[in-house]
Design a protein around this ligand. Structure first.
Ligand code: IPE
Ligand code: IPE
Ligand code: MG
Length: 252
């Protein structure tokens, strides 16, 4: 049984405050370059934007925040940048988990962790276990995540459980997706000016409101987040219906 309804099977309730915000934190390298700093200085600085956004979501009672930290294609970057990012994840886990726990945050890591070094994998597991019983914000960090990977791994796990299935339905697959524990995102934010999804939550973004801003991730502050939320509040979420139907709240 799925925990949350599907936007393609039932019309979700729209609320003024998004229940799930998903973010592609892009533009760290350009932020650093503008300041004649090495790219990795931008990643380091980006961590401060993460801290601020987590605090904002806690304050605004947004229950789910999902951040794209490392894509399945980011391995294509120069080895020293990849190594730096792995070190930064480790350092961030060491430094932040205690504070997140105190703030009642549930931390989840989504993505294929198998290529990560065993120490990092261990820390990720410990962080999840430590915060699992909390009931505040659910903060999901996507690391070595790819939307296609997610759909394929879900399908493979389904096949493992039910090898004789000839056909499947949407609802058979969704419990196996990496974010089965969360509703579909209401609001997607991408900083850094690119207007693409870059293999983020392909399945889950079916009816998500998309917001793109040229603001570089290290510059993404409370005011920038408020602008995104304001844009979200102005959207009319039709889910396939006409505007008239939305206004009369007629479901069919
Ligand atoms: C996003 O910033 C962070 C990661 C992908 C890890 P970038 O590093 O992609 O920054 P730009 O796009 O090069 O400016
Ligand atoms: C997307 O940013 C991935 C993350 C922010 C983790 P990229 O910078 O890797 O995306 P592309 O390569 O410009 O599409
Ligand atoms: Mg980028």
């Amino acid at each position: 049984m799925a925990l949350f309804s599907s936007s393609t099977k039932a019309i979700p309730a729209s609320q003024a405050v998004p229940q799930h915000v998903a973010v592609i934190m892009d533009g760290n390298g350009r932020w650093a370059k503008k300041r004649l700093l090495p790219r990795v200085a931008g990643h380091q600085r980006g961590l401060e934007s993460v801290r601020a956004l987590v605090k904002s979501c806690v304050r605004l009672d947004i229950p789910y925040l999902t951040l794209f930290a490392f894509s399945s294609e980011n391995w294509r970057r120069p080895a020293d940048e990849v190594t730096f990012l792995m070190g930064l994840f480790l350092e961030a886990l060491d430094r932040e988990v205690k504070k997140l726990h105190e703030a009642n945050v549930v931390l989840k890591l989504i993505g294929d962790r198998s290529p990560f070094n065993p120490l990092l994998q261990q820390k990720m597991l410990e962080a999840e276990q430590k915060t699992a019983a909390n009931n505040g914000l659910t903060l999901s960090i996507a690391v070595n995540y790819g939307g296609r990977w997610d759909i394929v791994q879900a399908f493979n796990r389904l096949l493992q459980q039910q090898p004789t299935r000839a056909t499947i339905e949407e609802s058979d697959l969704t419990p196996f997706l990496a974010m089965a524990y969360a509703p579909e995102p209401d609001l997607f934010i991408r900083t850094g000016g690119e207007t693409r999804i870059s293999n983020f939550l392909l399945w889950q973004l079916a009816y998500t409101e998309l917001y793109f801003t040229p603001t570089l991730w290290p510059d993404f502050d409370d005011a920038a987040f408020e602008q995104a939320l304001q844009s979200y509040r102005q959207r009319e979420r039709r889910f396939g219906r006409t505007s008239e139907q939305v206004h009369t709240s007629e479901p069919t």
